[in-house]
Design a protein around this ligand. Structure first.
Ligand code: G3H
Ligand code: 13P
Ligand code: ZN
Length: 341
């Protein structure tokens, strides 16, 4: 089975009424953790790499690890997705390398910090859609801007400054033809999203529902969707870490989103927390250890547990073999036909 199109995975998720987690990776252990979780839960998979991940790993290494994952887990439909592409060139280089899906995040300018105008966003996203679809590759766009900047990406602020305008979302989809749409509803990247359990004043599920009402057939994407669970924070702090009290996006709010058109849910921070906690535990309890396998194995196991839990909570578990995967080559024809209509 080749790497598959994200469009197909999300279309199937819409038919089945479930969501699919998109998990960020930078290295082999993270890919292994996700694939093991997928095998155990029988889940289709989206693995995504940010620009930072591509430069950290030299993306060709990452690509070949993905091919290995595909070879070793042939029963799992697997998408390789670019997270937060910042320009046409970034998306093009991912497509040239073999990614089967790209995000063109034109909500920000190329610096990844300054909010872009609606017109700028449409222009760059449409250019990526034209290129990507001609190659059978899926495109995710973003309208509205996430808060936070701690990972070097985002416009800063609380996340409420640039919540998506539903009317603009409709216009954006019509003008660009994106396959999936990331929206801003008050979340941000990283561990510090909310200072208490979020309610409707900071997490705008009402906006999400309004967008879904106006765009019932568009696959919505929730970024910044780590739940930042207290138990993962506690392990880190118990073993010498210094996380400040914080709250993420409760899983029940994500599940409400899934009932209202959310098909892709981005999770990175929860896995970072799980990995760091497991490594800190080994360092604290067994300071005589120095073989990286002694701490990378528990780290991989801790991430696998988080991913398997999310796959079950998002509803993708059990759906790995519902459908025959469509190749990127076949997807080219799909887009050509759609354009001719
Ligand atoms: O976009 C946010 C993801 O968590 C990726 O983070 O840019 O530090 O790799 P990164
Ligand atoms: P978290 O930081 O909440 O895990 O969000 C990840 C994300 O949105 C990647 O694009
Ligand atoms: Zn994101």
């Amino acid at each position: 089975m080749p790497l598959v199109s994200m469009r197909q995975l999300l279309d199937e998720a819409a038919k089945g009424g479930y969501g699919v987690g998109a998990f960020n990776v930078n290295n082999m252990e993270q890919i292994q953790a996700i694939m093991e979780a997928a095998r155990d839960t029988k889940s289709p998979v989206i693995i995504q790499a940010s620009r930072g991940a591509r430069s950290y790993s030299q993306d060709k290494f990452l690509y070949h690890l993905m091919l290995a994952a595909n070879e070793l887990y042939p029963e799992i439909p697997l998408v390789m997705h670019l997270d937060h592409g910042n320009s046409f060139e970034t998306c093009k280089s991912a497509i040239d390398l073999g990614f089967t899906s790209v995000m063109m995040d034109g909500s920000l300018k190329e610096d990844g910090k300054t909010p872009a105008s609606f017109e700028e966003n449409v222009a760059v996203t449409k250019a990526v859609v034209d290129l990507a679809h001609s190659k059978g590759v899926t495109v995710e766009g973003e309208i509205g801007v996430l808060g936070g900047i701690e990972d070097g990406h985002g416009a800063g602020g609380s996340g409420l400054e640039h919540v998506t305008d539903p009317a603009q979302a409709v216009e954006f989809v019509a003008q660009t033809g994106v396959d999936a749409l990331a929206i801003a509803i008050g979340t941000s990247h990283g561990a510090y999203k909310f200072s208490s359990k979020p309610d409707g004043s900071v997490l705008k599920m009402d906006v999400l529902m309004e967008i879904h009402k106006r765009l019932p057939n568009v696959h919505l994407v929730m970024h910044g969707s780590s739940s930042v669970p207290k138990d993962l924070q506690d392990v880190i702090n118990q073993y010498g870490g210094k996380l400040k009290p914080t709250w993420g996006v409760p899983v029940e709010e994500i599940q409400l989103g899934i009932r209202n058109g959310v098909r892709k849910i981005n999770v990175d921070t929860d896995n970072r927390l799980a990995i760091t906690g497991a490594i800190r535990k080994v360092f604290a309890e067994q300071p005589e250890k120095f073989d990286p396998r002694d701490y990378m194995k528990p780290a991989r196991e801790a991430m696998k547990k988080v991913v398997a839990t999310r796959m079950t909570q998002f509803g993708q578990a059990g759906h790995a073999s519902d459908y025959a995967p469509i190749s990127i080559e076949e997807m080219k024809k799909y887009y050509t036909k759609a354009a001719a209509k």
